[in-house]
Design a protein around this ligand. Structure first.
Ligand SMILES: Cc1cc2nc3c(=O)[nH]c(=O)nc-3n(C[C@H](O)[C@H](O)[C@H](O)COP(=O)(O)OP(=O)(O)OC[C@H]3O[C@@H](n4cnc5c(N)ncnc54)[C@H](O)[C@@H]3O)c2cc1C
Length: 277
């Protein structure tokens, strides 16, 4: 099956993209790498949309540091994140994530902004920005605004992006000296979406732990984080399992996903401790 023909326009810059979205009167869809949107259109899960192609807007691409933040343009591709020296130094969790995302062809076209805006609960980047305490920067008809990762992921495939808005960039705190990151997941085959996965960050102030593919959106596991801060690893495993409410589907049962998350946490801690040696 192929996508139903809708309208298409290529935006020159962000202002032009916002105008095109406004003119589309609610039918506009931002097109970035197309790796999720075009697949959905081909399956007729999304039809009749006016595609506003932002993929050539250079201002939305690239990685920089700004004060104590790492700024990643929304159009930065997965493959670029995987090889960027600033990302490797200041947010190595994202580099780990790239190795788990799909296959080379998808990583060469898919963008971090597209992944975050799509908000697949099994995707790696949303859980990474939650664990890292990131901020999403949006531009819309009423100007710019920023949304903390904690408030950005609303439900399955639903975010705080309002109609007519574009995600322009993501900022993350620069990793402090000695900060350590681990992303761990289990998937049926390499490149498949995870059955369950965890992002674990250790900072001087304490642990940050997020889980993905265990509910309608990534989960910040606050009870498990406080048990980890107290040095109670067994308690953290139990707390993590208690605070997850995963779905059952054709891939795995809820009970299996909850169990798996608890199995992955000690492995993540082992990796984290291995890095200190
Ligand atoms: C076979 C396959 C396997 C995959 N496996 C994985 C995996 O294991 N892990 C994983 O994380 N992902 C996986 N993906 C998804 C992939 O990472 C996509 O690239 C990503 O989810 C979407 O990025 P994109 O740039 O292609 O966005 P698009 O497909 O262009 O857009 C996706 C959605 O986000 C919106 N959007 C895009 N950019 C913006 C923006 N800047 N502002 C506002 N809205 C925007 C679009 O309107 C659309 O609704 C897989 C995809 C495929 C096809």
């Amino acid at each position: 099956m192929k996508a139903l023909a809708g309208g298409y326009a290529r935006a020159r810059d962000v202002a032009h993209a916002l105008d095109l979205l406004a003119e589309a009167d609610g039918m506009g869809r931002v097109l970035a790498g197309g790796q999720s949107l075009i697949a959905a259109m081909n399956m007729r899960l999304s039809t009749g949309d006016m595609l506003v192609d932002i993929s050539r807007i250079e201002a939305l691409r690239g990685v920089t540091t700004e004060g104590d933040s790492l700024r990643i343009g929304a159009l930065t591709r997965h493959a670029e994140i995987g090889t960027d020296p600033l990302v490797a130094r200041h947010a190595p969790l994202l580099v780990q994530a790239v190795h788990h995302i799909a296959h080379a062809a998808i990583r060469n076209r898919g963008t971090i902004g597209g992944s975050l805006a799509h908000a697949d609960p099994a995707a790696e980047f949303p859980a990474c920005v939650l664990a890292l305490g990131g901020t999403m920067h949006l531009q819309g008809p009423d100007g710019a605004r920023s949304v903390a990762a904690d408030d950005f992921f609303v439900d399955i495939f639903e975010t705080a992006i309002a109609p007519g808005e574009i995600l322009t960039a993501i900022t993350l705190p620069l990793a402090e000296a000695g900060e350590r990151h681990v992303l761990i997941e289990t998937a049926r085959r390499s490149g498949d979406y995870a059955l369950a996965g965890l992002c674990l960050v250790k900072r001087a102030a304490g642990h940050r732990l997020s889980a993905f593919s265990v509910g309608p959106r990534p989960v910040l596991a606050v009870a498990a984080m406080s048990r980890l801060d107290a040095g109670d690893h067994a308690g953290a495993v139990q707390a993590l399992r208690d605070e997850l409410d995963p779905p059952s589907d054709t891939q795995a049962s809820a009970a299996y996903r909850r169990h798996l998350a608890g199995v992955l946490l000690p492995r993540a801690l082992h990796q984290l401790e291995g890095e200190t040696a």
